[in-house]
Design a protein around this ligand. Sequence first.
Ligand code: SAM
Length: 349
Amino acid sequence: MNAGEGPHSYVRNSSCQRGVVDVAKPIIEEEIAAKLDINTRQNRFGIADFGCSTGYNSFPAIEIITQAINKKYKSPKNTSKTPEFYIFFNDVITNDFNTLFTSLPPNINYQAVAVPGDFHGRLLPEYSLHFVYSSWSLQWLSAVPEAVADGGSPAWNKGEILYTRDKTLVCDAYLDRFDKDIGSFLESRAVEMVSGGLMALLVPAVPEFWNPESEYTIPSDVGYLLGSSLMDMAKKGRFSEEKVDSFNLPYYFPTPEQLKVILIKNQSFTIERFEILNNPGKHTLASVNARAACFRAVHERLLTDHFGSAIIDELFELYTKKLEASPVFVNPDNDKTIVILAVLKRKLI
Ligand SMILES: C[S@@+](CC[C@H](N)C(=O)[O-])C[C@H]1O[C@@H](n2cnc3c(N)ncnc32)[C@H](O)[C@@H]1O
């Protein structure tokens, strides 16, 4: 995600991802009140946000979680002292943690800790987490599936930058990577969490059925419009077509059914809630410029690493023009991207 707080930063261009926090709030509060089931003798709570980015959308979520825990453990029935919170902010090592720490809200009731590293592996001590949160992050894969980048493979994704529904082998390779990655994420958290701890995962997803003639989803928008903008630039000689062939985005938006199957396979957690939420944040992308700015904030670093920074302005100008010219993609009401809220509970160890 783009660092800092400038015009192209993730902080200034992530209102789409922010939209879901308010919708998730009552469900997270309910689940904490009814199901968080932990030994609180020490009264110390470890809470982690995996994939927190620069914090702008993380802080309101942490506020919701700490208030709900406070309410539960300070109720008259419970005689324990005021809870002490340790918040572990995780993201990749290249994340701009400086912006996160300099923009922490005033008067927070917790100790903030940075945890840089890949959330597909172990990051924290055993039994250190009571509540795990992750929003709009688990769609990121640990790597582009090997087969889609391999010219000799039947799943080679030539000419495209993301899976499309008509290329079944490419879709399968992406789903397989997603399945393994979610498995690794859950295995790692299972060690780090205490028995009875809860996990709230907000995962962007796509419905089983949507009509590509009149509707779209984020992967189809990025795959089609950004991919064809890159191809247009290759045809103009800005870089080779092979350069586009060798570029694939490392993310996958599952269907609800695909995610459910993966979560059920895991032996360490029970599924307490599985809600399909509308994605209210999409209406913040009503202007083509806002949509282009959001996608630029998310994709710029990956594009720069592969194509160099000199192409970025031109690429997003082209993308914006394509968006403007499309009767389907220009209207956020046609965006059928959804968000799944899965609440999992760590089984008794
Ligand atoms: C779209 S942002 C979401 C940020 C924030 N949670 C929100 O709701 O706005 C996804 C974040 O996940 C992080 N991320 C992706 N893969 C990761 C990994 N393997 N380990 C840790 N963080 C990762 C990215 O760096 C990015 O900051």
